[in-house]
Design a protein. Structure first.
Length: 256
């Protein structure tokens, strides 16, 4: 069925949302102090719904939400897509400034944002607090892994093309992807995971996805691994219908 979209001006920002849904920007209060802005989108259907926290990749943090959106990576589009799939969606926008060696700061901010988002959604009247999932791409995926190691009650996690966090841009000294695999953190995961990666992504991304899958196997963790997308990393910067459908299906029945 063809969807009709309505456009509305919210907080001086023009967004397009599925007919009947609603969206707004809000401030999340971080456990580390300060606030971070987040895009909230609600599904059209009334009553309680499962929830998704979407953690963007490094591009949005480095360019800012507006410039990244102009370049084709629109965080609000993910919120709207998940709301259209029947989820309450919350997408925090991280703001750690770009630097060569502040990857740990970026991951710390991401973890704090996820903790704040879980607290906010758990108290939201439209959210089924037992069905909150966390989705991350690239740098956001690494933040999701570290956060989930501290959030045993989250229903499920989705890790899309995890970044290394050990390169020339934004290197992390203690919270890189490899550090997560080496730490006891992977053993502390209590929720099922979905791992995704594209067939046309660079070898490093595919190797990291494979390494995470192997680590989960060794730790007897539950997960699903989709590595058959005919796509490169840029494909994951838009809420592709196939991708959103796969994530929504997994989050609705994560096989806990």
């Amino acid at each position: 069925m063809r969807r009709v979209f309505l456009c509305a001006s919210l907080l001086l920002s023009l967004v397009c949302i599925p007919d009947g849904a609603s969206a707004e920007w809000l401030d999340l209060f971080l456990p580390t102090g300060g606030t971070i802005k987040a895009d909230l989108a609600l599904p059209a259907a009334p009553g309680k719904a499962p929830a998704v926290i979407y953690m963007h990749g490094r591009t949005v943090r480095e360019k800012g939400e507006a410039e990244a959106a102009a370049d084709g990576y629109d965080v609000t589009a993910f919120s709207q897509a998940f709301a259209g799939a029947g989820f309450v969606a919350l997408s925090p926008v991280r703001q750690t400034p770009p630097a060569a060696d502040n990857g740990d700061d970026a991951i710390d901010e991401g973890v704090a944002a996820i903790l704040a988002a879980v607290e906010y959604l758990s108290a939201h009247p439209r959210v089924d607090a037992q069905r909150i999932g966390v989705v991350g791409f690239g740098e956001g995926a690494v933040a999701v892994l570290w956060a989930l190691s501290r959030l045993p009650d989250v229903a499920a996690g989705v890790v899309m093309s995890p970044a290394s966090m050990d390169g020339a841009r934004g290197a992390a000294k203690t919270l890189a992807f490899a550090h997560f695999l080496d730490a006891a953190a992977v053993k502390s995961l209590r929720m099922p995971l979905l791992i995704t990666v594209g067939e046309d992504e660079h070898r490093g991304a595919r190797r990291r996805a494979d390494a995470l899958a192997q680590a989960l196997i060794r730790s007897y963790k539950r997960f699903r691994y989709i590595h058959s997308y005919d796509a490169d990393s840029r494909w994951f910067r838009e809420p592709q219908a196939e991708l959103i459908a796969d994530i929504a299906m997994f989050l609705r029945a994560p096989q806990r």
